[in-house]
Design a protein. Structure first.
Length: 201
């Protein structure tokens, strides 16, 4: 899902996305964002280069995992901060049974215990949930404490090409989840394309 591709972008209806982008993301609470969900579903059905990652809604239940699979998702993102370890085990196990990859989002070293069976990718969020400060060095330290062979995604607060190159070179990140940097633009898809065109690895 993440090797050789570096950008994960939020799906917006009618917005173009670049070839370097590997996945389209949408929240599992599809009833709240039907247009986005339909857009993601349509693209992953007609453009085989896309993978589709859904976000597990902390207010939902395991049924969302079944929904994600039914809608053709390739993977599900679980957020350690809103789950307990038993929930993580149950959800990751269910996703594994259904053939979904699981990206576990981590914010601190104390959440390493959430890398349970069924989790195939580690996501490290650069933003502190309490202060909202972005600290790339913290993410790099965490990444280097995880097994080298484990695919790792750097999430949030990535604003420049230099940020990506630093995270890749010093933290060994395989991919990047970028949303805010594009969503603040009038045309997020176009902004994503231009961003990717400036990146070379």
């Amino acid at each position: 899902m993440v090797k050789d591709r570096l950008i994960s972008s939020t799906a917006l209806p009618g917005e173009p996305l670049p070839n370097l982008s590997a996945s389209i993301s949408a929240r599992a609470a599809w009833q709240s964002f039907p247009a986005v969900f339909r857009s993601a579903y349509g693209r992953t059905r007609t453009e085989t280069r896309w993978h589709w990652v859904t976000y597990y809604d902390e207010d939902g239940d395991p049924y969302q995992v079944y929904e994600a699979r039914a809608f053709g998702a390739s993977a599900m993102l679980l957020i350690a901060a809103v789950l307990d370890v038993h929930q993580a085990e149950d959800l990751a196990g269910l996703a594994k049974e259904l053939g979904l990859e699981v990206l576990m989002e981590l914010h601190g070293e104390d959440e390493f215990g959430y890398m349970v069976d069924g989790v195939t990718v580690a996501g490290i969020n650069n933003r502190n949930l309490k202060t909202f400060e972005v600290d790339l060095e913290h993410s790099i330290r965490m990444a280097n404490m995880l097994p080298a062979q484990l695919p790792k995604i750097s999430e949030s607060g990535i604003r420049t090409i230099d940020d990506m190159k630093k995270l890749r070179a010093e933290g060994g990140f395989d991919g990047f989840l970028i949303g805010e940097n594009f969503m603040k633009e009038e045309h997020p898809g176009k902004a994503c394309i231009e961003f990717c065109q400036r990146y070379s690895y």
